[in-house]
Ligand binder design. Structure first.
Ligand SMILES: O=C(O)c1cccc(C(=O)CC[C@H]2O[C@@H](n3cnc4c(=O)[nH]cnc43)[C@H](O)[C@@H]2O)c1
Length: 229
């Protein structure tokens, strides 16, 4: 079984790497083996373009049984406070579109630049993960991905009006979904909440807590896959 774990930055999966170094045999810089299970780590860099490029390349070069995106994220929902960990089951490119003269946002799907319902998008411009129910071990959440993280009350209010179902904000998830759906590989996005999406205040971020719960979840998931495989 070949498992690829994808993160934007090395610090997000540093504890997982340490675990792999002690519990698996390291076969290359970013690759670990235990029995028939190979686990590879891919650090893409932050953001949608870097993720799309790095992941598209790796998916085209090798076959994977499961690809996991792991990282921290912002929460738009009172259900998910800092320290929560969720499985993101839908994603969308939330800021791909145009700003109208009156300040409203129109998405590429509303404009018809990407046809409504064109695979892998649904009629609303979301990308659902049809493998989500196979990994029903975490609370599920709807994700959005942005190039520019929301940091003012006005832009956050506009975002909530535009996408009332959005619960988790990241800078990579939609590129990850798009690449996996286009390549038809089973995938899973796991995000731990480091902050609420609120008027920018870095002092409120709980990055250490989020990293701790994220890596604990990843290690448990690997252990469960290992025993069920
Ligand atoms: O200093 C900041 O304000 C700041 C804003 C966004 C991200 C960072 C990072 O250092 C982490 C990069 C990583 O974190 C994800 N992330 C975390 N919280 C959010 C959020 O509220 N909205 C979007 N992305 C978030 C993101 O996926 C990046 O890869 C620092």
């Amino acid at each position: 079984m070949n498992i690829l774990i994808v993160a934007a930055t090395p610090f997000e999966i540093a504890a997982l790497r340490a675990h792999l170094q002690s519990a698996f045999v390291q076969t290359a810089e970013h690759q670990f083996q235990k029995g028939d299970v190979k686990v590879a780590l891919l650090i893409t860099g932050v953001g949608l373009p870097l993720t799309g490029y790095a992941l598209g390349r790796v998916l085209a070069l090798e076959e994977w049984n499961l690809v996991i995106n792991a990282g921290i994220a912002g929460s738009l929902s009172a259900k998910f406070s800092p320290g929560s960990v969720v499985q993101v089951v839908t994603e969308r490119f939330a800021d791909l579109g145009v700003e109208e003269a009156d300040g409203r946002f129109t998405s590429v799907h509303e404009m018809g630049l990407i046809e409504k319902g064109q695979p892998p998008f649904d009629e609303q411009g979301r990308m659902p993960n049809q493998h989500a129910q196979e990994f029903d071990f975490l609370p599920q959440a709807h994700g959005i991905s942005v190039n520019r993280v929301h940091g003012s009350a006005a832009s956050i209010e506009q975002l909530r009006q535009q996408y009332p179902d959005a619960e988790i904000e990241s800078m990579e998830g939609a590129a990850f979904f798009y690449a996996c759906l286009m390549e038809k590989v089973p995938f899973l996005e796991i995000r731990s909440v480091s902050n609420f999406v609120e008027p920018r205040n870095r002092d409120n971020w709980k990055v250490e807590e989020a990293l701790s719960v994220l890596n604990k979840t990843l290690i448990e998931l690997l252990q469960s896959l290992f025993t069920s495989y």
